[in-house]
Ligand binder design. Structure first.
Ligand code: GLU
Length: 284
């Protein structure tokens, strides 16, 4: 029997905080309990925000926490041709279209917000004149490629996925995916041949990931993931959404809100064991 495969997949655009430590420890603990494999994957697809020094710091923080992972570690920035090839398949299926809108234009044309609170795209570029599109592409105008969500959903039909604790003892629940609430999601961002959604499903499949463990804040994006998995013929893992760590004011920890990093805590004298105990992963 093949072993379960679990992964912690941070984006190197800041220092890890306690929320990341919880996610990494949760995943590694389950990998151990299931006698599975524990992978770390560096999700450095955003060329403007990813920094090699953050990648190095991630490895140092995880090692400090006492975690061990398999080598070699995949760095998504080395896999752009693979993501581009999958996006080309979606283009050949007629499911992607180029969008030249700026953030401001997207916000101005939006009628609703998606589950992350971002504006749902109003669809301006779906109706561009094809000659004009060809000109703008040839001129190298910054472009993102969006999914024709209604058409994609019409092709896949009803989509479900399984959610549960990563143990054979827990009977997973079946959930319905609701991709339409995201509108025409971006599949290739400006300046890169991919997006979080595209590369995460491709790599989970390519690495044989059987259990995806991530925070509850990412549950809604499973709508898009299961849709892409079906369109691209990729395997669907079991999903587990763990609790989120909150600060004193009840807000989710976040890099962008400058939550205290593991390095800060280390500097304040916290030991790795103290962090593990604080998060409920104490030894023995
Ligand atoms: N790279 C994503 C992040 O750091 C998480 C990836 C995942 O768990 O699928 O937010």
């Amino acid at each position: 029997m093949t072993k379960p495969v679990l992964r912690f997949a941070p984006s190197p655009n800041g220092r890890l905080h306690l929320g990341h430590a919880y996610s990494a420890l949760f995943t590694a603990t389950w990998a151990e309990r299931l006698d599975g494999r524990f992978l770390v994957r560096i999700e450095d697809t955003d060329p403007t925000r990813s920094k090699p020094e953050f990648t190095e710091a991630i490895f140092a923080d995880l090692a400090w926490l006492g975690l061990a992972w398999e080598e070699p570690v995949w760095h998504q920035s080395t896999r752009f041709p693979v993501y581009a090839a999958h996006a080309d398949r979606l283009k050949a299926m007629g499911l992607l279209y180029p969008c030249f809108c700026s953030r401001t234009e997207v916000a101005a044309g939006a009628g609703a917000t998606d589950p992350d609170g971002a504006p749902v795209y109003g669809g301006t570029c779906r109706h561009l004149d094809p000659g004009r599109v060809a000109e703008r592409l040839a001129a190298g105008d910054p472009v993102q490629w969006r999914l024709r969500m209604d058409e994609a959903v019409a092709r896949t039909g009803v989509l479900t996925y399984s959610v549960g604790q990563p143990t054979p003892l827990d009977r997973p629940q079946l959930r319905y995916a609701r991709p339409l609430r995201w509108g025409d999601a971006v599949i290739q961002r400006k300046g890169t041949p991919t997006s979080y959604h595209l590369s995460v499903v491709i790599d989970d499949d390519a690495q044989g990931v059987t259990h995806v463990t991530r925070g509850r804040d990412m549950e809604a994006s499973t709508d898009i993931h299961v849709l892409l998995q079906l369109l691209l013929g990729l395997a669907q893992p079991l999903y587990t959404f763990h609790r989120l760590l909150r600060d004193e004011t009840g807000r989710k920890l976040s890099k962008s809100r400058q939550s205290r990093s593991l390095a800060d805590l280390r500097g304040e004298g916290w030991t790795a064991n103290a962090v593990r105990a604080h998060l409920g992963f104490a030894e023995g």
